[in-house]
Each structure stands twice: as structure tokens, then as C-alpha cells.
Design a protein around this ligand. Structure first.
Ligand code: BGC
Length: 546
């Protein structure tokens, strides 16, 4: 994909992105699990929505300890998802529809079943040993340092056979690679080239912030006492992660990958899981990761001040704001519609946030199912798959439910009598088929939003000027002549703005009928809604909010 529809440069600037959870997208072989064939058969859905770039979750052979983020072979397709031939078909079918394909690159760790790790743990002298991080037990026989796993508990597991501990920032089935070992770097160069030669348009780097570790594996400063049964995130937050993540040498890895990707005009997308905007900016200085995914928009509550803080942070800290990847929902977090209150109000607020993220500099990655207004699925304890999360609220299963396609058995997701996870929906109105043909459906609203964006994105300045709405509950910014406003309050508010409406989350028809300019009156926005207008004047005429 060398150039986008408006010949933007590079091609990924301002595109409409989609994060696709393969296991739950569409099942093409009737085993109850989504796969590459199912994805190929439903590419028309993405095209109809206006998607230009899709990031596909891992499809590699894996024992599924962490649903595929434990890779046993980086250059193969797991038979459950297809094979390399089907993958090639996917690339050409997606490219025919103008959709770029980015694949997940899981390089912080492998599966314990990866041949490198099997060899490494067989003998201390095995040539693969140094591809992982091994240390002798501490004097008391315990772990070598105080690092904790992001998934809870110590980040070290004792390997009985060789009498040393190995490091894992996630599950013990996901041993961390040693990025200070040249054999690891050169093996990954080959992995990148393997997929680039097949035609992928880039990589989403999993756990980009964590890859290189402190050379001396120094203990992290402890900030708080950790209770025995503490929640994993509380435990993680009880340490300052000075030595386990964010080592500057990770940037050298990304620079090396960027050079490889540049030869193919491919995109490097990085998962940068930090709450501090300065750290975020430092991870994407240029010459490495092209787009850094900012995840804090998935931890924000519904208020104008919180939203503004979480959006302003990265915009102020990165050298080029077009290099921010935005998400309101993802494969790891509670869906925005649920977080923002659920039901119609929650769905409306999620659409409003997506509206703002679409029109900000950077790239929005809509998470599969947001276009249908999907909420978190209820997953009973006996149905749970995710090894992480002790309860319904913290388990990631609820955001990974299968897509409801039509009113057939199992909503057309599979011809199997069962699915790997339960659905989040109960009615036919929630399905893609119903929504694609219904005016004013969620699908229609998102499709119109992306249509409005594409019609106006060309030539917009990168600079965002926030509008002064004091503490009315309104939040808005201007980019050139385009003004985007959210009403985060419950009731209607006069924005004090006038102009020509190009998108309104209440009425998706607006962007198609080009509502008449309203320069003689100010526009009122309903609670929870967003609008986009073309307006020549800089500030709300009346201060807004009344
Ligand atoms: C992925 C998770 C995964 C973790 C470990 C994350 O960033 O999005 O789903 O569990 O990396 O690979």
C-alpha cells in the first residue's frame, strides 16, 4: 500500500484503522473459532464501514495460554486459522478493497513451547540458552529480584531441570526474550522480512515498552506494600518500573526494524502501555515506531475535564501528533459503551468519543464490534477462557465476544453448534446485517463518521486549539476550519458555536445531506452527543454552555 486515497504521505497518516480480533471475527471452517477464511468472507463489512487499515491479532501456532500471545512459531499460521496460502489470499483480497493489513509482532516473549525455549531449558549450555533471561536463585532460594508479572505474582519461575529462574513479564508460559542477545535480533530481522516479502503492510509491536530489560536486572523501587491477595494491577502499581520496562535500548530495536520496514514502505505500530505522556512521547521520537498506541483513552471516565486531560497529554508530548494511535476499546479493556454507562447512553458516548478521536491528528483504531454498539458480554465463570482477571469485571473475555453477523444460528458467526465465547448480544437488531441496512443504526453512524472525516481530512493542520468552554461540560477543539464538540453533560447545552454541520452523532444523515449552514444561530448539542462543524470563527460566541 504505497499511497492512500488522497495520496497522503506517508500512506498511513490519518487513515481509518480497525483492530480485528481474529478468533471472534468470523468462522470460515465451522469449528466455532474465527479464522482467516472467515475474515476474507467478511472483508466487505470493513470496506462498507470505510476501514483503510486493519491490525489483525495473532494467528500463529500457539498453545493458547494467552489466547495466541504465546507464539510457538512466528513464521506459520496455526491450522485453526488457516495456512500461509489463505493468509496470502487475505492480503490480496484486502488490498483489492484498499485495506492495508498490519499483523501482530509478539517479540517480548515466546511460548514455552517455542523450539528456542524448549532447547534453552534443556541444558544450561544449549546455544539457545541466552535467547531468554536466566538467573540463579537468590540466597534464600527465591526469585533473583523483586520484579512482578503484569499478570500477577513474581515475574520469575524456577526451571527445576536446570536450577535457574527464567523471566516472564506475563504468564510463566510466556518466557521473555533476551533482547541483548544478537541472535534474537537477527532472528527477528528474518521474521519481519518473511512477512514483508509476503506483502504485509506493517506490524503492531506487542508490549513495545517492555522489550529490553536492565542489563544488571536491578530491583525496582517499591512504592507500596503488596498485600497477599492484591489485584494484579494494584500489585504492578506498587513498584516503580525503573528497570524492567522502558530501557532506552528498546529504541535501537525499533530503529533497526524501521530501517527494514522502510524498504517496504511498511508501518511500525507500537503498543506503548504507559500512563505518562512524557514517557509515551519518548517512546516514539521518530526513526523508530511510526505510530504509538496511547491506551489511556480506555481508562478515562465520562467527564469533559478527564477526557481533555487524557487527549491533551500525548498531543503535547509527541514530536508529530499524527503519530498517535487512538483507541476507545480494545481486546484487553472493557468496551467503551459499557465503561460509559451501558445501554443507549453508553453506546452514544462511545460514538462521541470515537468522533473526537477520528478528527484529532493521529489514527483511530476502532475495535471490532464498536461499529455495532457492542457492549461487554456477560461471561459466566464456567465459560471463562482468559487466564487473567478473577471476576467478570477484570476478565478480558467480555470484550472478546464473537461478532453477530445475521439472524441465523449463532448469529451467523459459525456453522458449529457452539462458539468459543458467548455473544454480547441478544437481538437481531444488534447484528451487522440488520444494522447495515438500517438508517440511523450504530453501523450507519460510524460509517457516516468516517465518510465525514475522509471528506474533510485533506490539508487539515496538525495543530489542535482547544476551545474554552470553562466547566460547562462541553469539550471541543478546532483544527483549521473544522470544530469538534462533545457534550459530556446529561442535558442539552448551547455550544455558542455556529457553522455548517458536517457530522452529528444524533443524525448520521447530516453528513450526506450537507445541512445548511447556521451562521445566524448557535448550535445546541444534546447530552452525551458530539458534532463536527465547519466554522470560520475561532471561539464560541457566547462562551457556550447556557
Ligand atoms: C496484548 C495482550 C497480551 C499481552 C502479552 C498485550 O499487549 O494486547 O492481549 O496478553 O500483550 O502478550
Amino acid at each position: 500500500m504505497s499511497s492512500g486515497p488522497d495520496a497522503r504521505s506517508p500512506w498511513w497518516r490519518g487513515v481509518v484503522g480497525y483492530s480485528l480480533y481474529l478468533r471472534s471475527f468470523a468462522d470460515g471452517n465451522g469449528d466455532g473459532v474465527g479464522d482467516l477464511r472467515g475474515l476474507i468472507e467478511h472483508l466487505d463489512h470493513l470496506e462498507a464501514l470505510g476501514i483503510e487499515l486493519v491490525w489483525v491479532s495473532p494467528f500463529y501456532p500457539s498453545p493458547l495460554a494467552d489466547t495466541g500471545y504465546d507464539v510457538a512459531d512466528h513464521c506459520q499460521v496455526d491450522p485453526a486459522y488457516g495456512d500461509l496460502g489463505v493468509f496470502d489470499e487475505l492480503l490480496s483480497a484486502a488490498h483489492d478493497r484498499g485495506i492495508a493489513v498490519v499483523i501482530d509482532l509478539v517479540a517480548n516473549h515466546t511460548s514455552i513451547e517455542h523450539p528456542w525455549f524448549r532447547a534453552a531449558r534443556s541444558d544450561r549450555d544449549d546455544p539457545h540458552r541466552n535467547r531468554y533471561i536466566w538467573r540463579d536463585p537468590a540466597a534464600d532460594g527465591g526469585p533473583p529480584n523483586n520484579w512482578v508479572s503484569y499478570f500477577g505474582g513474581s515475574a520469575w519461575t524456577l526451571d527445576e531441570t536446570t536450577g535457574q529462574y527464567y523471566l516472564h513479564l506475563f504468564l510463566s508460559e510466556q518466557p521473555d526474550l533476551n533482547w541483548r542477545e544478537p541472535a534474537v535480533s537477527s532472528a527477528f530481522d528474518d521474521i519481519l522480512r518473511f512477512w514483508l516479502d509476503r506483502g504485509v503492510d506493517g506490524f503492531r509491536i506487542d508490549v513495545a515498552q517492555g522489550m529490553v530489560k536492565d542489563e544488571h536486572l536491578r530491583a525496582n523501587p517499591q512504592l507500596a506494600e503488596v498485600q497477599l491477595d492484591a489485584d494484579r494491577l494494584v500489585e504492578w502499581a506498587s513498584f516503580e518500573h525503573r528497570h524492567d520496562i522502558f530501557q532506552p535500548e528498546s529504541l535501537e530495536v525499533f530503529a533497526r526494524w524501521k530501517q527494514i520496514c522502510d524498504g517496504y514502505d511498511a508501518l511500525l505500530l507500537g503498543e506503548v502501555s504507559v500512563a505518562d505522556p512524557q514517557q509515551f512521547g519518548a517512546a516514539i521520537p521518530g526513526g523508530g515506531i511510526d505510530i504509538g498506541m496511547w491506551l489511556e483513552t480506555m481508562h478515562v471516565d465520562w467527564s469533559a475535564s478527564s477526557l481533555r486531560a487524557v487527549l491533551e497529554g500525548p498531543l503535547g508530548s509527541v514530536s508529530d501528533p499524527e503519530r498517535i494511535g487512538w483507541q476507545a476499546s480494545s481486546l484487553d479493556e472493557r468496551r467503551a459503551a459499557t465503561r460509559f454507562g451501558g445501554s443507549e447512553d453508553g453506546k452514544q458516548r462511545a460514538l462521541s468519543l470515537a468522533t473526537m478521536l477520528t478528527f484529532l491528528p493521529g489514527v483511530l483504531f476502532l475495535y471490532q464490534g464498536e461499529e455495532l454498539g457492542l457492549e461487554q458480554a456477560v461471561v459466566e465463570p464456567e465459560q471463562r477462557i482468559d487466564p487473567v482477571g478473577h471476576d467478570t469485571a477484570s476478565s478480558r473475555d467480555g470484550c472478546r465476544s464473537p461478532m453477530p453477523w445475521n439472524d441465523g444460528p449463532n448469529f451467523g458467526f459459525t456453522t458449529s453448534s457452539s462458539t468459543w465465547l458467548p455473544f454480547a448480544v441478544t437481538g437481531v437488531d444488534d447484528t451487522a446485517d440488520a444494522q447495515r441496512s438500517t438508517r440511523g443504526s450504530w453501523f450507519d453512524s460510524y460509517r457516516s463518521l468516517f465518510g465525514a472525516w475522509k471528506a474533510h481530512r485533506s490539508g487539515l493542520p496538525d495543530r489542535v486549539e482547544w476551545l474554552d468552554f470553562a466547566d460547562t461540560g462541553l469539550l471541543g477543539f478546532r483544527r483549521g476550519a473544522v470544530v469538534v464538540v462533545i457534550n459530556a453533560a446529561a442535558g442539552p447545552l448551547d455550544t455558542g458555536l455556529s457553522g455548517s454541520l458536517i457530522y452529528d452523532t444524533c443524525d448520521p444523515a447530516f453528513c450526506e445531506v450537507h445541512a445548511a449552514p447556521s451562521f445566524d444561530r448557535t448550535l445546541t448539542l444534546q447530552g452525551g452527543r458530539a458534532m463536527v462543524i465547519l466554522s470560520p470563527s475561532a471561539e464560541p460566541t457566547s462562551g457556550g454552555g447556557r
